[in-house]
Design a protein around this ligand. Structure first.
Ligand SMILES: Cc1cc2nc3c(=O)[nH]c(=O)nc-3n(C[C@H](O)[C@H](O)[C@H](O)COP(=O)(O)OP(=O)(O)OC[C@H]3O[C@@H](n4cnc5c(N)ncnc54)[C@H](O)[C@@H]3O)c2cc1C
Length: 228
């Protein structure tokens, strides 16, 4: 059994296989170099430096799971029952795809200095010194990541403005009756929430909105969703 993806889904698949008595070979292949970890603490304890990491408390050797980290799977050849990986071909009898999601990027921001995503441990580690410098931070997107990052950044003493294209936070995931009261989270944390605010472009040091408003930004954090 070969599992592609060493996130929560991939790791729990391997654990469940062993718990249910599966005695065959189990390999988990993950692209990231780090010990498999839980993502929720990234926007909380890890970001604020209260925890170094959030690795799963598991002994993969004791579980008899062959963990291959820092190895991207490049493709599958189902007819041959084989994967192509950075480290060469890997045969499988049964394949589990647990490759999760990638964050959506804001068009035009690739390569602009000071623009961050928050999906991986590396992202959280890059953001820690940003919080420590207490920059003016603009968060693009008032979803879960935006809310959590804004709260942490306020706790770290940063001035935070959150810009959201929709008329309320979490518009894509929750109905208005549930989402509108969450607007208070931002006020309670001391972050400024601007709804109906579409980003026109991001420049070094500033976010320019469609209405011409120029928001100073020592750093920009983009939290506009994730896609498989
Ligand atoms: C900052 C943050 C905070 C969150 N907070 C919460 C929360 O409070 N509550 C909650 O319920 N959810 C939260 N989530 C969401 C939750 O973390 C995800 O739902 C969960 O991570 C999904 O797990 P997964 O294993 O399906 O995918 P992922 O976590 O995306 O893991 C997939 C793994 O597969 C690897 N991979 C992808 N392609 C390949 C390839 N070709 N070859 C090898 N490896 C590959 C990736 O590198 C990745 O490590 C949060 C997410 C983030 C980013």
């Amino acid at each position: 059994m070969v599992v592609v993806g060493a996130g929560m889904a991939g790791v729990q698949t391997a654990v469940a296989l062993r718990e249910r008595g599966f005695a065959g070979e189990v390999s988990v292949i993950g692209a990231e170099p780090h010990q498999p970890y839980d993502r929720p603490p990234l926007s909380k304890a890890v970001l604020l430096g209260k925890a170094e990491d959030s690795a799963f408390d598991l002994d993969f050797d004791a579980l008899g799971v062959d963990l291959r980290l820092g190895c991207e799977v490049l493709g599958a050849r189902p007819a041959d029952h084989e994967l192509d990986t950075e480290a060469g071909p890997v045969p499988y009898d049964v394949l589990v795809l647990a490759t999760g999601a990638e964050p959506v990027t804001l068009p035009g921001t690739e390569g602009v200095p000071g623009v961050h995503l928050l999906r991986t441990l590396d992202d959280a580690e890059r953001l820690r010194p940003v919080l420590a410098r207490q920059h003016d931070i603009v968060v693009v997107g008032a979803g879960w990541i935006g809310a959590e990052f804004a709260t942490a950044a306020r706790e770290a003493g940063c001035a935070v403005t959150v810009v959201e294209a929709a008329d309320r936070p979490l518009a894509g995931v929750l109905p208005a009756e549930v989402a509108v009261p969450m607007t208070r989270w931002y006020a309670d944390s001391g972050a400024e929430l601007r709804t109906g605010a579409r980003v026109e472009r991001v420049e070094p040091g500033a976010v320019v909105l469609a209405d011409g408003t120029r928001l100073p930004a020592g750093a920009v954090v983009v939290g506009i969703g994730a896609r498989p």
